[in-house]
Structure formats: structure tokens, C-alpha cells
Write a protein that binds this ligand. Structure first.
Ligand code: NAP
Length: 252
């Protein structure tokens, strides 16, 4: 058996939350590897258009769709657009996510619901919407961006940790359901990565995080994108139901 490569030539990838941060890096990296890429976003119209321009400048087809990942009907519309205007989708990257951090004593029901819906229900929405076309194609790769916080927990993030632990259980269960159809389902769990999401943290918290990272530095979004490219490609054809931590050793 020959493993073809890390190439994504001829494939279509959908990256949720591809307008900024980690999602943007993933979208650009998958395009660099040869995929046509559709991104979704919530509000950042200009940033999303810029990502489309960058992908097109690499000679790939691209589209940005404003769609709330929390709403199943919007999710279905995104998949229908991809089926009409592209092929696939062959690759789904569930990346859209938010934080609303506070200790449980102060956490409102709304803060709990917003994070669980955006980070966990969205993963159900998009995975359910792509599974039929992937089953028909008898191939597919679904990659969800989790977090080391979903493995080890973090004070002030009960909502976020629950959502990220949830995507691990979800992905392992789905991996078992669809493995016989040659669909692989995996999680990439980043540690501390420099983006707008982590830009909200104050300097003291930041320093205490860095002190806990064996490699002694924050990660770069591209380092997450490279792991996603691997799991999206045939180079990982025998890997499913796994959680790949990309965290400078933080979760050890
Ligand atoms: P970010 O810079 O804040 O970007 C979040 C992205 O998600 C944006 O594209 C945003 O769209 C989109 N989004 C948010 N809510 C959405 C919704 N309801 N529907 C559609 N799109 C929505 O975040 P990031 O740091 O890149 O994080 C990306 C993923 O990595 C998240 O799942 C996060 O939990 C995970 N992660 C991040 C870190 C880290 O250190 N940064 C660590 C572990 C895990 P708009 O631009 O339109 O708002």
C-alpha cells in the first residue's frame, strides 16, 4: 500500500470560523496544500473577504459564507451551497468557538448556554449536515478543534471546558459510527495559541500559562494548521478517533 501524501489536491474543505485566528491559518494552509476552501464566519465581513482573496491568490477556489454555527438550518444551507458550487465537502474543520470566562459563582445561564451552543452544538450541526454526502462518497475527514482545557480543566472556564470535553466524546462516538464508511473523525487540542481570543487575557494570567508550557512559549496558529492538514490528508489514513494535542507539552 502506498500512502499518497499530505496533498489535498482535488478536495474541498469547509472551515468554520475561518475569518480570523486559528481558523484563518487552517483555511490558508489547506489551500496551500491544494484544497478549495469555504469558510464561515459570524460577523467579520471584511476579514472573511480578505481570507477569500488570499486563498484565490494561491490559485484555489474560495468562498466566505456568513452563517451562525449555532443554527442548524444555516448549517444545512452552507452544505447545500458547497454541493452546488464546489465538490464535496471532503474535509470539515469544526473550528468556530468562543470563550465567556468567569468563576461558576458569577457565571450566568446565558454565558453557559452561549459557550455550549457555539462550541459544542455547532459541532453536532456541521457534522450531521456533512455526514450524508461523506457517506455517499465513502470518504471524508472531520477534524474538530478542541482544547487542552477539555482534557485538564481550567478554573474560570467550566463552560468552555465542558464544551471542549464534549467534542472529544462526540468525535470518538461519531468515529465509531462512520469508520466502516471510510470517514475519519479526530480532534486537535491546542494549548495556548496567540490569537484575538487569548489577547483578552491579562499579563499575569499569560505569564502563569507560559510558565506551565514545557516548550516555554505560546504556539502559533500555523502550528495548529499543520496538524489539521495532516489529519485532513491521506498521510493520516489509519488515524481515527484520536485527540492530537498541539500544546508545547502543556497537557503532559
Ligand atoms: P478567534 O480568533 O476568536 O476566532 C473565532 C472564529 O470563530 C472567528 O472566525 C469567528 O467569526 C468565529 N465564530 C465565533 N462564533 C461563531 C458563530 N456563532 N458562528 C460562526 N462563526 C463563529 O478564536 P481562535 O483563538 O482562533 O480559536 C479558534 C478555535 O480554537 C476555537 O474553537 C477555540 O476554542 C480553539 N482554541 C483556541 C486556543 C487559543 O489559544 N487561541 C486554544 C485552544 C483552543 P467572526 O470573525 O465573524 O467573529
Amino acid at each position: 500500500m502506498s500512502i499518497s501524501s499530505f496533498s489535498l489536491e482535488g478536495k474541498t474543505a469547509l472551515v468554520t470560523g475561518g475569518s480570523r485566528g486559528i481558523g484563518k491559518s487552517i483555511a490558508l494552509e489547506l489551500a496551500e496544500a491544494g484544497a478549495d476552501v469555504v469558510i464561515t464566519y459570524a460577523r467579520s465581513v471584511d476579514a472573511a473577504s480578505e481570507v477569500v482573496r488570499e486563498i484565490e491568490s494561491k490559485g484555489r477556489k474560495a468562498k466566505a459564507i456568513q452563517a451562525d454555527a449555532v443554527r442548524y438550518n444555516e448549517t444545512e444551507a452552507v452544505i447545500a451551497t458547497i454541493q452546488n458550487e464546489f465538490s464535496g465537502p471532503d474535509i470539515l474543520v469544526n473550528n468556530a468557538g468562543i470563550t465567556k470566562d468567569t468563576l461558576i459563582l458569577r457565571m450566568s445561564e446565558e454565558q453557559w448556554d452561549d459557550v455550549i451552543h457555539t462550541n459544542l452544538k455547532s459541532v453536532f450541526n456541521y457534522s450531521k449536515a456533512v455526514i450524508k454526502p461523506m457517506m455517499k462518497a465513502r470518504s471524508g475527514s472531520i477534524i474538530t478543534i478542541g482544547s487542552v482545557v477539555g482534557i485538564g480543566g481550567n478554573a474560570g472556564q467550566t463552560n468552555y471546558a465542558a464544551s471542549k470535553a464534549g467534542v472529544i466524546g462526540f468525535s470518538k462516538s461519531l468515529a465509531k459510527e462512520v469508520a466502516s464508511r471510510n470517514i475519519r473523525v479526530n480532534v486537535v487540542a491546542p494549548g495556548y495559541i496567540t490569537t484575538e481570543m487569548t489577547g483578552k487575557l491579562d499579563d499575569k494570567v499569560l505569564q502563569s500559562i507560559k510558565d506551565r508550557i514545557p516548550l516555554k512559549r505560546a504556539g502559533n496558529p500555523v502550528e495548529i494548521a499543520m496538524a489539521v492538514q495532516f489529519l485532513a490528508s491521506d498521510a493520516s489514513s489509519y488515524i481515527t478517533g484520536t485527540v492530537l494535542t498541539v500544546d508545547g507539552g502543556m497537557a503532559m
